[in-house]
Design a binder for this molecule. Structure first.
Ligand code: SF4
Length: 497
């Protein structure tokens, strides 16, 4: 039987109109939610002023909740669940996205995934990156998942839609494992956790170029389906891509998760695929390597060597360089429009780089990531940078902690400044080095704006940070001990999540 994908015209963010379209789509697809039903939006980051187009809009989520409630006689619990971008408390992003009053209005609970115990989940496919991963308890308990991504360009993976939205099913510590040159395969591995009962894509206003600060592009479109690969295949065509060019769609199709050929997909709804493609004509994607993006076009100079990938990838698309690209783009689009030229000259080195580094006096060299290596001269100093990279097969998710707490990151950054005082270079550890760290180093060494110190955000951010940590401590330590003691069951949650 062919997979069905529905394309609906929707010219605006009216929750009732969205509810009626999604309800119609559910009837056409024959979908009825039941049991513990969770909506998983894309809330990588959200803020009405600085990040207005990066997330599934609250009106869209509200429309979904209305449609689910109307057809939800068998729903036992309705919820919204998310883990937003690394180092940001999900409570902060969800509050800024405007989901809290909507959840209250429609009797939906909110699950902030990093605050729950992380449960071991066995992966079955022989090509999976590792035998098991960890997944938040509410995801394991979910019986009907509604995948509600935002359709956007993505500078590491070309595009983000249904498959990629699963990255937000893991908390930060587990999300960063294999968030490197293996990112596409990791995305596909995550599909083993749960098949969605329904997919509804917010493409009313899609996002061009970047994922955190995308340029808004009105497509007036809702895409629906029940198969992630089929939905992403259609979405890729709409954005002008051959779905086989998007590695995670190709790998997922290769594993039999869904169809990648249009003739295996039945398209319905009130819009033709040709009309949807016409609406997205000229949609701008960006997939630039950092040296192509910055060298000669900004005061940053990037030197890129290959990451230690046994299969011979020459660039770590899902890791440190991509994070620097997105950081600079996000500064340029939301914080400091001329940052490309206002940033002080800096030299960034990634991977196993072997050529010269042309720093002038007063210009700092930054070696980024655990895999960076170098042997040579910088401003007359002999420098030898050794690799701290841990081979992927030596990482055990049961004991892995990437120390992604933001306050810890700020302290580590401060200590690194002291450690490298007087040296023409600095070494940033991590695999990957996150956008938060790039912001800190760019601000300190390059004089750029630091969003983490923005006065209008600090109070709200720290409030949600503290509540989040308390809730996490309560659920993952106190309640967990209590449960173990009461039930005397073997503990499958991670020792230190
Ligand atoms: S350290 Fe960074 S560049 Fe190197 S493999 Fe890890 S994520 Fe990729």
């Amino acid at each position: 039987m062919k997979s069905r994908v529905l394309l609906w015209n929707c010219d605006g963010y009216d929750p009732n109109r969205i509810a009626s379209i999604i309800g119609r789509g559910m009837d056409v697809l024959g979908v009825r939610p039941k049991g513990r039903t969770m909506v998983k939006p894309n809330t990588v980051v959200a803020h009405h002023r600085f990040y207005p187009y990066s997330f599934t809009r609250p009106e869209f989520v509200e429309g979904l909740l209305i449609a689910l409630r109307e057809r939800g006689d068998e729903i036992s619990e309705l919820s919204i669940g998310e883990r937003c971008g690394i180092t940001i408390p999900t409570r902060f992003a969800v509050a800024e996205a405007g989901y809290v009053p909507i959840a209250r209005k429609h009797g939906a609970r909110i699950y902030y995934f990093e605050e729950y115990p992380q449960v071991r989940w066995q992966l079955r496919h022989p090509d999976a990156l590792r035998p098991f991963i960890f997944v938040p308890e509410p995801v394991i308990n979910c019986e009907f998942l509604v995948n509600a991504p935002k359709l956007k360009a993505h500078p590491w993976t070309k595009m983000t839609c249904a498959l990629k939205n699963y990255m937000g099913l893991q908390d930060s510590d587990h999300r960063v494992i294999d968030h490197d040159y293996n990112l596409h395969t990791k995305i596909v591995d995550l599909q083993e956790i749960i098949s969605p009962g329904l997919i509804a894509v917010d493409a009313i206003t899609a996002g061009e170029l970047t994922m955190m600060t995308p340029r808004p592009r009105d497509l007036n479109l809702i895409i629906m389906g029940t198969n992630q690969v089929a939905v992403d295949t259609v979405a890729a065509h709409i954005l002008g891509l051959d779905p086989r060019e998007v590695d995670h769609i190709r790998i997922a199709a290769g594993r039999g998760i869904g169809p990648i050929d249009l003739d295996e997909i039945e398209i319905g709804g009130d819009l033709t695929l040709d009309e949807a493609i016409r609406r997205a004509e000229g949609f701008e994607l960006s997939m630039l390597k950092v040296d192509e993006a910055f060298n000669g076009k900004s005061n940053l100079h990037c030197y890129v060597g290959p990451p230690p990938d046994p299969e011979g990838t020459d660039y770590c698309w899902g890791g440190c360089p991509g994070a620097l690209y997105e950081t600079m783009e996000s500064l340029a689009r939301s914080w400091q429009p001329n940052v490309y030229h206002e940033v002080k000259p800096l030299h960034y080195v990634f991977g196993r780089y072997e050529g010269p580094i042309e720093a002038k006096p007063g210009e700092r060299v930054i070696f980024v990531g655990d895999c960076a290596t170098y042997e040579g001269e910088i401003l007359g100093h002999k420098v030898k940078i050794r690799s701290y990279y841990t081979p992927r097969d030596k990482i055990d998710p049961r004991y892995y902690s990437s120390h992604l707490d933001l306050v810890l990151k700020i302290l580590t950054w401060a200590w690194t400044q002291v450690k490298y005082l007087g040296k023409p270079y600095v070494r940033i550890r991590g695999c990957p080095v996150t956008m938060a760290e790039h912001h800190l180093y760019l601000a300190f060494s390059g004089g750029t704006v630091n969003p983490y110190f923005e006065p209008s955000l600090v109070f709200s951010f720290m409030y949600h940070y503290l509540i989040s940590h308390l809730a996490r401590f309560w659920r993952t330590k106190v309640l967990r001990l209590f449960r173990r003691h009461r039930r005397k069951v073997p503990d499958e949650t991670q020792a230190e999540a």
